[in-house]
Design a protein around this ligand. Structure first.
Ligand SMILES: *Cc1c(COP(=O)(O)O)cnc(C)c1O
Length: 382
């Protein structure tokens, strides 16, 4: 990113040499991203983060339709999406769209049958996340897209086709994000979840998918996202994606081992520990990836998650309660509630996220101090 702050400072839209160098860098980044997503270069839109990509995807499709008393257009999502999806759809509900929030099972999976049943003639858009940010559930996107394609094939030429969007922020570091295999029309990624720069994002938009922009101006990014491009950000985002995707198999295996070690040890050391989300150690799932390798969401019965988080912070251990991006609110996590847990358990749940800097030694440090802290909190809270 460094040279693009100073040395190649030019505006990519300008025709002088300094500008062209910046433009070349953006197009190089676009090529890198397209080769990872296995899509055309022209199908990549750079944005200022996942929230923006999601807004562009959802409003961009919805704005093709004008709901009225006769036509109430219909959108399908899941109950466990990120707030960027849920709040956008709440706004679209206010504007007259009808939204179905699919339930999930006790592990957080959306079922293909539920999706098939929810589709109506008025359905125009489906948005289901690739992997959940709180409990790590990996949704069967390729399976879900088959149902949508089948529905689209059966529709008359005059009927609108259903567009399928997936929020893949959490998946980008660990899973295959080949859009052909996933069968999606729109896919959101961001830099901040893959060690890239914050406020950088990608929207994959399959050719012939008509999106209406909501940012107007100089017409950058094919008119879908006007405004001078964030050249260092785009360069950094593409490089980050390249690096995590290159190392994903190795890192996946390393973290899975650490994750399962931690889950086993913590359950052994602390009575009444509950794991939330899918358990990959179960025999049924040996050959399937069903949980992100970096996600551990647990609760200790009777221990308030927020109190525990603050206590752990004083030991330099950083954990999250609910979704990291919305921790200003103390509402119980909508995701933990959606998998059927009580508000008490939802308030007790905390998330240990593993990453590149996580080692067995660091986990052992946590495993050493955690039992005492939990016992202390149980004592004072009971
Ligand atoms: C972090 C995250 C977002 C929001 O990303 P920003 O870059 O902060 O806008 C959206 N969806 C998921 C699943 C996320 O994890």
């Amino acid at each position: 990113m460094q040279p693009f702050w100073c040395k190649y400072f030019g505006n990519p839209a300008s025709l002088y040499k300094f500008g062209r160098e910046a433009d070349v860098a953006i197009e190089k980044a676009r090529n890198t991203v397209a080769s990872i997503l296995k899509c055309r270069v022209g199908e990549i839109v750079f944005t200022a983060g996942a929230t923006e990509s999601i807004n562009l995807a959802l409003f961009g499709i919805a704005r093709n339709y004008k709901p009225n008393a006769k036509n109430k257009y219909h959108i399908i999502t899941s109950q466990i999406e990120h707030h960027a999806v849920l709040e956008s759809l709440k706004q679209l509900e206010k504007e007259g769209f009808e939204v179905t929030y699919l339930p999930v099972n006790s592990f957080g999976f959306v079922s293909s049958r539920d999706l098939a049943k929810a589709i109506k003639p008025a359905t125009i858009l489906v948005s289901i996340m690739y992997a959940n940010n709180e409990i790590g559930t990996i949704e069967p996107i390729a399976q879900l897209s088959k149902i949508i394609h089948k529905t689209n094939r059966a529709r008359k030429a005059s009927q609108p086709k259903i567009v399928f969007h997936t929020d893949a922020c959490q998946a980008a570091g660990y899973l295959d994000i080949n859009v052909q295999k996933l069968g999606v029309d729109l896919l959101t990624l961001n830099g901040s979840k893959i060690y890239g720069p914050k406020q950088t994002g990608i929207l994959y938009c399959k050719h012939a998918t008509e999106l209406k922009p909501f940012i107007f101006g100089g017409g950058q990014e094919k008119g879908l996202r006007s405004g001078t491009e964030n050249v260092p950000g785009i360069v950094g985002l593409a490089e980050a994606l390249k690096l995590v995707q290159k190392n994903k198999n190795k890192e996946n295996a390393r973290l899975k081992k650490l994750r399962d070690y931690f889950i086993i040890q913590v359950s052994k050391k602390i009575p009444h520990t509950n794991l939330h989300g899918p358990d990959e150690r179960s025999l049924y799932t040996m050959h399937k990836e069903i949980r992100l390798p970096n996600n551990i969401n647990i609760s200790f019965s009777g221990v308030d998650g927020e109190a525990l988080m603050l206590y752990l912070d004083s030991y330099n251990i950083a954990v999250s309660t609910g979704s990291a991006c919305a921790s200003a609110t103390t509402d119980p996590s909508h995701v933990i509630l959606a998998i059927g847990k009580s508000p008490e358990i939802a308030k007790a749940s905390i998330r240990f996220t593993l990453g590149q800097s996580t080692t067995k030694q660091k986990l052992d440090y946590v495993l050493n101090v955690l039992p005492g802290i939990v016992a202390e909190l149980r004592r004072v809270q009971s």
